[in-house]
Design a protein around this ligand. Structure first.
Ligand code: GUN
Length: 291
């Protein structure tokens, strides 16, 4: 049977609609406008696209959007001074520093200088610890978006076998934590995992977050499993014309869709949910800041 295609684009539009309603109520009832500050250091082209898209959607849901674009050679002292200023700005409820940062900047130091209450990425060590112990925290946006799609599709995922392929701090590890908190039996697989195909074949839920185009083929997928593809990889597509490219995920879509029960497409799956969750996290941060 053909897999159900989980429409992240439509789901994200619904989430943004709810965020917009919440923002309108905060304005009308309390005179508060949630504000999100995005900091971009350097000119990484992919980061520029993300930051533009985040800013546009922040404004679309009625929130205040502030963008700080800094030169690639910005010093750590200057970046930390900007973050300190944003930490102390009562009109800013969420701060996101786009990663990756240029090599001369200490990413951990920068992330941990953001006030945990304004850390809408959920990357601050306090939020990592709170999530790890099942306490109220800011939850990283991409894993949160994946979890929302899984809950929406399955209702409960309690007791399911989940395999997360990839162990990054941004996606793999927090994803595994969220699945565990939802009572899945969780395996984190990575480049050193032995018999990766067999590990993936055991999974009721596969979350692919390795950043390698079409790495997971259909014959690794258990019949009827749910496949969440976090990868966004740009490949040359000469068949579309000279110099053209296409986006593909970390799973080979056609062969995985032939075996899966449900699958997220690329584009139009996880990607839109990430930004929707960022907006939702900003409203959450604003509400917590205002009691
Ligand atoms: N770079 C790639 N994904 C992310 C993300 O979710 N947050 C930030 N801050 N940077 C990223």
């Amino acid at each position: 049977m053909a897999a159900t295609v989980i429409d992240g684009k439509a789901f994200a539009a619904t989430v943004r609609g709810k965020v917009g309603e919440h923002v309108a109520r905060l304005k009308a009832d309390h005179g508060i406008t949630p504000g999100l500050a995005v900091v971009l250091v350097g000119e990484d082209p992919a980061s520029q696209v993300y930051v533009r898209s985040k800013g546009k959607m922040t404004v679309e849901v009625g929130m205040k959007s502030v963008e700080h674009r800094l030169d690639a050679d910005t010093s750590e002292v200057d970046l930390l001074a900007l973050i300190d200023q944003l930490n102390n700005d009562p009109e800013i409820h969420g701060i996101l520093c786009q990663l990756p940062l240029p090599k001369h900047l200490d990413e951990d130091l920068v992330i941990n200088s953001i006030s945990p209450a304004k850390d809408v990425d959920g990357f601050h060590i306090s939020n990592v610890g709170l999530l790890g112990t099942g306490q109220k925290s800011m939850v990283p946006c991409t894993p949160l978006g994946c979890l929302m799609m899984l809950r929406d599709h399955h209702g409960s995922i309690s007791g399911m076998d989940a395999v997360v392929v990839g162990r990054s701090n941004i996606v793999g590890k927090p994803m595994a934590q969220l699945l565990l908190n939802d009572s899945c039996t969780v395996t984190i697989a990575h480049s050193r995992t032995k018999d990766l195909p067999d590990v993936v074949r055991r999974a009721d839920i596969v979350v692919a977050a390795v950043g390698r185009p079409e790495m997971i083929p259909g014959d690794w997928i258990k019949e009827g499993a749910t496949v969440i593809d976090v990868g966004i990889n740009r490949l040359d597509a000469p068949e579309k014309g000279e110099g053209k490219t296409k986006l593909v995920g970390d799973v080979h879509y056609e062969s995985c869709a032939a075996r899966a029960g449900a699958i997220t497409p690329v584009p139009g799956g996880v990607g839109p949910m990430t930004i929707a969750c960022l907006l939702a996290n900003t409203v959450t941060a604003c509400c917590r800041a205002n009691g």
